[in-house]
Design a binder for this molecule. Sequence first.
Ligand code: ARG
Length: 283
Amino acid sequence: MSKSLSSILASSSAILALCAGCGKPKPEVKPVSDEPPKPLVMVTESSFPPYEYVENGKVVGVDIDICQAIADKLGRPLVVVSTNFEAIVNALERGDADLAAAGITVTEERRENCDFSISYATSGIAIISLKGAEYKDIDSAKGKRIGVQGGTTSDNYCTEEIGEIPQRFDTPRQAAEALKAGKVDLIIVDIDLARNIAGGDDSLVISSGLLCMEEFAIAVKKGNTELLAAINETLEILLHNGKVYDSLAAHVAHCAGEPPPAPAATPPEAAPDSDANETATAQ
Ligand code: ARG
């Protein structure tokens, strides 16, 4: 290269280098945090198929799909903690968990201790009896030994509407075992769970219609409006695009013996990496 050409090139690249920095505003320098995103801790009670159940040591179900989508939206890994149903709201109040999803029915009494998202499912409660000894309504249940999962709306219904103090069990399965063992005459549980329990057992039958209707929602600590807004935004999308329905149908089918459902219900704009679901148990 001739000297004059190389000096022209050298000076023009110097000009280019100089111009690269002139005229335009300097790009904003964002501080890059080395800290990994804080996990989003979901508390649940894991014996409530199809909403939550344990498979291969991991809690799965409709509520986990929904919370995975919320975690994806927030760019945080989801950690699922399972505890006793009655301890769920306390876990929120203590700050041990960010959100609670456990097929939780919205009630005015619960609203005093936590805030609820919009509803994502309509449900209800019903009676399961032994085949041949069927209790069809609350009148026939009066004076009988009734089993429920402690702290649930079935528990409240029993005391408040039927006027009987029920036998309280930690899980609905334990209540069903007590029914089969003749320790209670009937049990009251949520309808989807009732279908799961009675559908897989020839000795049991759902013997009543719905005793009442209920709405499920996600709970957060009172006043956590920021997280509640993100939850509601994700729920709106999942309800609108049919993902909650799909998740429910897939888990119902899977619990009845079909192959596992497709991965979590993730809204379209959520982050793609949704493998971070860890499961912990806090009994
Ligand atoms: N829907 C009922 C309630 O809120 C029962 C929920 C039980 N959920 C569970 N994961 N065991 O009281």
